[in-house]
Design a protein around this ligand. Structure first.
Ligand SMILES: C[S@@+](CC[C@H](N)C(=O)[O-])C[C@H]1O[C@@H](n2cnc3c(N)ncnc32)[C@H](O)[C@@H]1O
Length: 383
């Protein structure tokens, strides 16, 4: 099944189609390119097959599966990433309902919501935006419904960015830096007051843009499930064993990306106003990392066809690769694990922050289905 037997809508570039436009939702640290997931779906599955990603981040793999008419089971532990993933696979159908909800949130803001709790908040957001964000934290039921989740996803998308592209004072888009760093940087670089932004007109304009081409034709597919939780325990049973596992595990020492997304976690009521860098966000030591990966990969293998294709993009550094490779080799059994470098084609996120150290990049680990399984499965799929 190596040929592009079932080409899917290209989400790789531009914003011309709903599939391409919604594919980009969700700035997130350490995501893989949509084209990587789409190629894997095209190469290793047939329409109706199940694709599995136990570390789905902002939902790139389940989204690629969905637009190609495949089913998907995915899971993500970080609520920010989950909001993106769940929204892009099932956005609210009615943009007017999204705009109405934005208006409701603005009306629910109380005078106290506009008062900054810290110097960081005072410099980061104007009072109108801060009032809106505090009301959104209280009011939005993003776990329960698509309209509230879509509003939450749009708030997260634009929460911090370059002025005037977001709701905040000048900030990085993907990753929130430490509050003290931001305050110092704003003071030293002439950003002593946050920009005046009206959150209703700002967000309504983004709703109009996001929905201008519609929503992906195959969104809301009942065959696509994205769970918020720990894949070791919360991966749901797919309708059939998965034919493709495509995933990228957290790097050793990073874990749930909570540090990078502390401000976004706050904005959806999942974190404090100033970050607490606790060890929940890290695997302390290799043994803990290994145990987590073993448990997640065992739960994944139990939901996959015994001869499924596995494509795992992982950090090339030994402290991650030396853990991932033996676990995957066990799952592969008699099959070979093909190892190929996937060097960064663009500056890495960390190099953008001044870390110019030579990066070993990432590695793709591929376990192919056996030829007999491919032939038998193609025969069934074609019949
Ligand atoms: C490298 S990122 C994956 C990014 C994803 N490929 C994308 O395109 O957005 C790894 C993800 O695994 C998540 N994660 C870590 N431990 C997890 C667990 N036990 N269960 C589910 N997700 C987990 C992290 O929060 C992080 O979002």
């Amino acid at each position: 099944m190596d040929a592009l037997t079932n080409p899917t809508p290209d989400c790789g570039t531009g914003f011309a189609t709903p599939e391409a436009r919604w594919a980009r939702l969700g700035p997130y640290y350490a995501m893989f390119p949509i084209r990587f997931a789409q190629d894997a779906v095209d190469r290793f599955t047939e329409p109706g097959d199940v694709v599995l990603d136990p570390f789905c981040g902002r939902g790139t793999a389940p989204y690629a599966a969905m637009v190609a008419g495949r089913d998907a089971v995915a899971c993500e532990i970080n609520p920010v990433a989950w909001v993106y993933a769940a929204t892009k696979t099932a956005p609210a159908s009615d943009p007017d309902a999204v705009k109405d909800r934005i208006g409701d949130i603005a009306k629910a803001a109380k005078p106290k919501d506009r008062e900054p709790e810290s110097q960081f908040q005072q410099l980061a957001f104007c009072p109108k935006v801060l009032g809106f964000l505090n009301a959104a934290r209280r009011e939005l039921r993003w776990r329960d419904g698509t309209t509230d989740r879509t509003v939450a996803a749009l708030i997260l998308q634009y929460l911090h960015s370059k002025v005037p592209q977001g709701l905040s004072n000048q900030m990085r888009h993907c990753r929130a830096m430490a509050p003290e760093y931001c305050v110092r940087w704003w003071n030293e670089n002439g950003y002593e007051t946050p920009p005046e932004v009206d959150p209703i007109s700002f967000l309504n304009a983004r709703v109009d843009w996001r929905y201008r081409k519609g929503i992906p034709e195959r969104s809301h597919s009942r065959g696509v499930t994205v769970t918020l939780g720990d894949s070791a325990t919360d991966l749901v049973e797919p309708p059939a064993p998965a034919r493709l596992v495509v995933t990228s595990p957290p790097y050793s020492g990073v874990t749930d990306y909570g540090v990078d997304s502390w401000l976004r976690l706050w904005a959806i009521g999942e974190g404090p106003a100033l970050p607490k860098w606790d060890t929940r966000h890290k695997h302390v030591g290799l043994a803990k990392y290994r145990t987590m990966l073993e448990r997640v990969f065992a739960a994944t293998a139990a939901r996959a066809h015994p001869d499924a294709a596995w494509l795992v993009r992982c950090d090339a550094r030994e402290r991650t690769l030396d853990v991932v490779l033996p676990i995957l080799s066990d799952i592969a059994g008699e099959r070979e694990v093909e190892v190929s470098p996937a060097p960064f084609s663009r500056p890495t996120q960390t190099s953008l922050y001044g870390d110019r150290a030579d990066k070993p990049g990432e590695i793709d680990l591929l376990v192919r289905p056996t030829t007999a399984t491919v032939a038998a499965h193609r025969g069934v799929a074609a019949a």
